[in-house]
Design a protein around this ligand. Structure first.
Ligand code: NAD
Length: 484
């Protein structure tokens, strides 16, 4: 298979927060990988902008160290690092003051794509936007990229949107959710809308239920105080899981273009029924080792913030009437494992009799580890012994199907940043989507806060509280295994 890397236009990308954790771990390594693969034009420039006093050379040394730490050896060479660093610049800047802005303005070139990555705390978005305009850095064609958390409730999200929109048009705002940049997530759309095979079956007539699992094995380690103010619902469900749900459940958009896709996603959020308290299970991890239990790590023995949540949702429309969507996400679970599973209904009549057992088609879209898809189909077990049936996966792992090219499948961040440069907003959240997701989330959080519900304990390394299993068992269903 021939690798087809389509170069993007020349650009100036300013990373506010260019010395921060996200820039070092994700943004700069992602940009480097695109450079290494030949997608970035040689004249492209990346300008780190942060508070630290540093010159260009000093920042280049920091970037080099970050690349050596976060880009695997096989994906870099001394030569490509050297070439990449030539395009790196730095400006010491204060988002809250006037220092550095004149210098930044002088660095920017007039005739290239201009993008500003706000990799800083959301409280700095407003001051940054104001100064970008005040110092003539921003024009009608520039783009800004903003990171989660996008608000902590509907009110704060609306305020954040209003701040950004008072300086930029919605078409210039790229709200990043890196789950949308994953190869498999886009493949979900390709599989649904590029084949005749699935779409006719993608409805309540053939689908029994859908499971979306985002399981982490790590705890809140070191981020306890921050995490405790948010919890699994705000940190994961409102954004990442909601986006996966939307892409799974949306109607076919008329075109693969940003607003057509985002209109359909928005309709899904608006069609979500309110969730009954008995359809939500919240948990907090325990651990026998001192200092490793959730309550110890957040330093508050009375915390009622959840590190795990499982819920049963219903989408009120013709396509999904009566089809439950089960969502779960949590920390310190058995493994790092994320997938969307579409569980189809039983065949209407089994000609093989009871001995053949119960078999179901399941389509799984695996986000991590090993991005890929499996379609479980029922076949005859090979060998003698009569008609015994077995479910086997038709494996669509990219690594095998695409051969050596699969190793060059871009990471979510690199793909999304290249989309910013191309001016393609399809995989970014629109302001009204974010607000609709909060409008659905807020009453649930308010409900358990007002009732004073306490999360249930679950053991580190488990699959969450027992009660989460009951969410499905009571309807005769079961969660799919979380596989290490
Ligand atoms: P960080 O604390 O590591 O870095 C913050 C950066 O902002 C530094 O470069 C600092 O110099 C700069 N900064 C702070 N105050 C400034 C000011 N007044 N003027 C100019 N620069 C200033 O933070 P981070 O982990 O890199 O996160 C950045 C943003 O990305 C946050 O909004 C965070 O919520 C979000 N985010 C981070 C991650 C992650 O994995 N780190 C993941 C998702 C979202």
């Amino acid at each position: 298979m021939v690798s087809r890397v389509i170069p993007v236009d020349n650009f100036d990308l300013v990373i506010f927060g260019g010395t921060g954790d996200l820039a070092r771990r994700k943004i700069l390594p992602g940009l480097f990988r695109r450079y290494h693969s030949g997608q970035m034009p040689p004249e492209a420039r990346i300008i780190g902008a942060a508070r630290s006093e540093m010159d260009r050379k000093g920042y280049q040394a920091e970037v080099k160290a970050a690349l050596e730490e976060f880009v695997p050896k096989g994906s870099r060479s001394d030569e490509s690092i050297k070439g990449f660093l030539e395009g790196i610049d730095y400006v010491t800047i204060d988002a809250m003051g006037e220092g550095g802005w004149k210098e930044l303005s002088a660095m920017l070139r007039p005739d290239v794509v201009r993008a500003f990555y706000f990799s800083v705390a959301p409280s700095l978005f407003g001051p940054l936007a104001e100064r970008l305009h005040g110092h003539a850095c921003a024009g009608p064609t520039c783009r800004i990229v903003v990171e989660k958390p996008f608000g902590r409730d509907l009110e704060s999200a609306k305020a954040l949107n209003a701040t950004l929109r008072s300086h930029f048009d919605e078409s210039q705002i790229y709200r990043i959710d890196h789950y949308l940049g994953k190869e498999t997530v886009q493949n979900l759309m390709a599989v649904r809308f590029g084949n005749v095979l699935f779409e006719p079956l993608w409805n309540a007539q053939y689908i029994d239920h859908v499971q979306i699992t985002v399981s982490e094995s790590v705890g809140v380690d070191g981020r306890g105080a921050y995490y405790d103010k948010s919890g699994a619902m705000r940190d994961m469900v409102q954004n990442h899981l909601m986006q996966l749900l939307c892409l799974t459940a949306m109607e076919p958009p008329s075109r693969f273009d940003p607003d057509a896709v985002r209109d359909e996603k928005l309709k899904v959020i608006r069609a979500l029924d309110p969730v009954k308290p008995e359809d939500i299970v919240r948990g907090q991890y325990t651990d026998p080792t001192k200092g490793r239990a959730y309550l110890e790590q957040v330093g508050d023995p009375d915390s009622r913030t959840e590190s795990f949540i499982a819920m049963k949702l219903a989408i009120s429309n013709w396509r999904w009437a009566g089809v439950p969507f089960f969502l779960r996400t949590g920390k310190r679970l058995k493994a790092r494992y994320s997938e969307i599973a579409i569980v189809f209904k039983d065949a209407p009549h089994s000609i093989f009799g009871q001995r053949a057992g119960q078999h179901r088609n399941v389509l799984t879209i695996r986000l991590q580890p090993n991005e890929g898809m499996d379609l479980f189909v029922t076949i005859k077990e090979p060998g003698p012994g009569g008609m015994r049936l077995v479910d086997v996966p038709l494996d669509m792992s990219f690594a095998e199907a695409l051969g050596p090219d699969a190793e060059d499948v871009p990471d979510a961040y690199e793909r999304l940043i290249m989309d910013v440069i191309r001016g393609n907003q399809t995989l970014f959240m629109r302001g009204d989507e974010v607000e609709a997701a909060w409008a659905w989330t807020d009453p649930l959080i308010n409900g358990w806060t007002e009732r004073g519900d306490k999360p249930l304990p679950y053991e580190t390394g488990s699959t969450g509280p027992e009660e989460a299993a009951m969410l499905l068992h009571r309807d005769g269903r079961r969660w799919r295994e979380i596989r290490p």
